[in-house]
Design a protein around this ligand. Structure first.
Ligand SMILES: [Zn+2]
Length: 133
């Protein structure tokens, strides 16, 4: 199982490095999550290993790789940059997969919204938001 996981992570990281010019990841701490009820999922996914692989493969390929502070990336509207009342919050909000921003009316997929915000933080443009096309 360990070798299969490692092989899958190598393929995944290689595909990303070949496809992308810049890679930004959230600074989610796999060491902290291992101590929670999500431990098995975190270990199964091999987040820490994936980040390590991306880091050295990006460095070798001359691609930007940055770990960014992902605080509020799930809750911030990636379209208008606001923290609307309608955002998914805390543990209770973990099950909310889709939400609509009361500020601008855009409906977000939770993960895509967070990914857009992590990209924005990485590129230093979170304050202005990324308009949804
Ligand atoms: Zn909004």
């Amino acid at each position: 199982m360990a070798n299969r996981r490692k092989d899958a992570l190598h393929k995944c990281s290689r595909t990303l490095v070949n496809r992308c010019g810049e890679i930004y990841v959230g600074n989610v701490s796999s060491l902290k999550l291992v101590k929670t009820t999500m431990a098995k999922s975190v270990l199964d996914a091999g987040w820490g290993q994936l980040k390590t692989m991306l880091d050295y493969k990006c460095a070798h390929a001359g691609i930007v790789f940055k770990e960014v502070d992902e605080a509020y990336t799930t809750q911030t509207c990636s379209n208008c940059g606001s923290l609307p009342e309608s955002r998914p919050k805390g543990i209770a909000g973990l099950g909310i997969r889709e939400w609509t921003c009361y500020g601008c009316g855009v409906t977000h997929d939770r993960d895509i919204n967070a990914a857009r915000n992590i990209l924005a933080v990485g590129q230093g443009c979170l304050a202005v938001g990324i308009p949804v096309l």
